[in-house]
Design a binder for this molecule. Sequence first.
Ligand code: UDX
Ligand code: ADP
Length: 459
Amino acid sequence: MEIKHICCIGAGYVGGPTMAVLAQKCPHLRITIVDANPEKIQAWNSDDLQNLPVFEPGLADIIQKVRGKNLFFSTDIDKSIQEADTLFISVNTPTKTYGKGKGMAADLKFVELCVRKIAEVSKDRKIVIEKSTIPVKTASLIKTILEQSDSKVEFHVLSNPEFLAEGTAVENLVNPDRVLIGGESMEAIEALSKVYENWIPKEKIITTNLWSSELSKLVANAFLAQRVSSINAISELCEATGANIAEVAKAVGSDSRIGPKFLNASVGFGGSCFQKDLLNLVYIARSYNLDAVADYWEQVLIINNHQKKRFADQIVKKLYNTLADKKIGVLGWAFKKDTNDTRESPAIYVSHDLLNEQAVLQIFDPKVKKQRIYEDLESLTDKDYDLNTQVQVFQDPYEALHEVHAIAVLTEWEEFKELDWEKIYKNMRKPAFIFDGRRLLTDKNLQDLGFKYYVIGGE
Ligand code: UDX
Ligand code: ADP
């Protein structure tokens, strides 16, 4: 078995960067990425490399080099599946918003549609690889659908979860900590391993059975999220006691068993994976009647929601318990720096709470488009506010912060550090408050400029 021609279904945050790096590292492979959304494919094919559907440092350069050579974007899903010997499923798996498991389980409708399409159109042997994050045992769903199709084609199902983090996707793909391949078919595992060995040392390629691979992805994200919630829980204690969370994190993280990474206190974690995967883990544990296990992991989410809420509550409290008609400048909308992704961004939930207090928000993010911000807020329920009169999105940070009563820093964009804070102070209402939800401006001596500066985790 040899992989020569790949089709990746789903041209999103996972499929796009993953296939771009694969194409760059394996010039002998022909790779086609397909998507059900023709506008997305058009944007990937556009000459305007600054506005690709996914922003990732280094990605546009790679696309420019490989697109049209061995990487292609297409809307012809059937033909692309037929021509490929290997199919990556990289479609979205959001949390279910309806029916059984609503708000908890992963919605596999896109995966299922994809697999039914593969079963329907395939004419010869295929390796089918689940790349999207999915609940344990999804491979058996995939296998059942494929095996029961009329085609009588031979399918080899593998799990090859993606561990890339947004904002560093290219770096993570080029130099991963590990590659995980789960499956039953040794020849398919070997064929995929050979592809990665083009640039990744063999000892970093871990092979497991299907279920271990699927579960490892959920558990890796649950552990990472747990670290953030752990440090965030302690950040509240620091604020109450006068300790400083950065000092505590340094002292604790210096223990080589604990390690220094992923201990940055924040306004809460966001992103498409952590919450979804935790909910999924909790749902799976409950479905096996493992309530103590489910309760344990659910607590990570409870702390995360608490952190976002208490940040918004603190703004209200410090601004004399009313935000009615007060202007708040919001710096950052993405769920972290260096991405235009806003899924589950804490900025959405903090802003929602501030708007419900009748604040007027003036928002700036260097990469997120205005329309996305409005859509994020529109998608929420329990809105006691008017988006048209209470929300304004700016393309210039100084305009967004002009005459505001307070500033909320919600994404850790490096460029915010370089702003002219003296100028901003002059143009603000006094007393001028800054609420730093990312500990981004701790060394800017903002108090010396006259600001009232509050930071998550204490000064
Ligand atoms: C995560 C995993 O890291 C990745 O391996 C997996 O494949 C997908 O999910 P991602 O969601 O892109 O990646 O970003 P990550 O860097 O993990 O950050 C997640 C959230 O946690 C962000 O909102 C980030 O701001 C927050 N975070 C992270 C903190 O608040 N503090 C930290 O110390 C680290
Ligand atoms: P992820 O972060 O998992 O990559 P995205 O939402 O960024 O998620 O991307 C998933 C992509 O998969 C979307 O562009 C969506 O249009 C595409 N998609 C979903 N279902 C199908 C399908 N059945 N066939 C083709 N593409 C699909």
